[in-house]
Design a protein around this ligand. Structure first.
Ligand SMILES: Cc1cc2nc3c(=O)[nH]c(=O)nc-3n(C[C@H](O)[C@H](O)[C@H](O)COP(=O)(O)O)c2cc1C
Length: 134
């Protein structure tokens, strides 16, 4: 069984990106794969390098969940030609701890116009040594 962690870059209750991840989770259920959509990005505090070593439980939980999955599926909107702050903030929390290193990562996007955020996410995942799956 392959365990994939779905991460939506949108906190919107009716988010198209979260819906896309849930649809992928439904499809995966009929295969040897599970996709769990992470629902607690909103609980992460703003990244602060001074908190390294005394991270709050929300950060520990996020890192543990990432460490224990086989791959990551990110679906994110674009805000003002960039990656939404809540998603970039989450990724910043794992730059030092390294949960994305060698982790297969695939990027989805519910909007065909959102090319800047997608390109930026590709760059961020690559520099964090995640393994981008085309
Ligand atoms: C504040 C704000 C800024 C946005 N900026 C862009 C943008 O620069 N480029 C773009 O293609 N879409 C932009 N959009 C549209 C969203 O990226 C798009 O509607 C997305 O699919 C919404 O995702 P969601 O349904 O998962 O919340 C913006 C939306 C908001 C609310």
């Amino acid at each position: 069984m392959i365990h994939i962690l779905g991460i939506s870059g949108s906190l919107r209750a009716k988010s198209s990106n979260t819906t896309l991840l849930r649809a992928a989770a439904n499809l995966a259920a009929s295969r040897d794969m599970s996709i769990t959509v992470y629902g607690a990005l909103v609980e992460l505090p703003h990244f602060n390098p001074d908190l390294e070593g005394t991270e709050p439980p929300s950060v520990i939980k996020f890192r543990d969940t990432l460490r224990n999955c086989d791959g990551v599926l990110i679906s994110s909107p674009e805000y003002a030609h960039g990656v939404p702050g809540v998603l970039k903030n989450a990724l910043d929390w794992i730059v030092g701890s390294g949960e994305l290193v060698d982790k297969p990562v695939a990027l989805l996007n519910a909007s065909p116009r959102s090319t800047y955020a997608q390109a930026s996410l590709r760059e961020t995942v690559t520099v964090m040594s995640g393994r981008l799956i085309e």
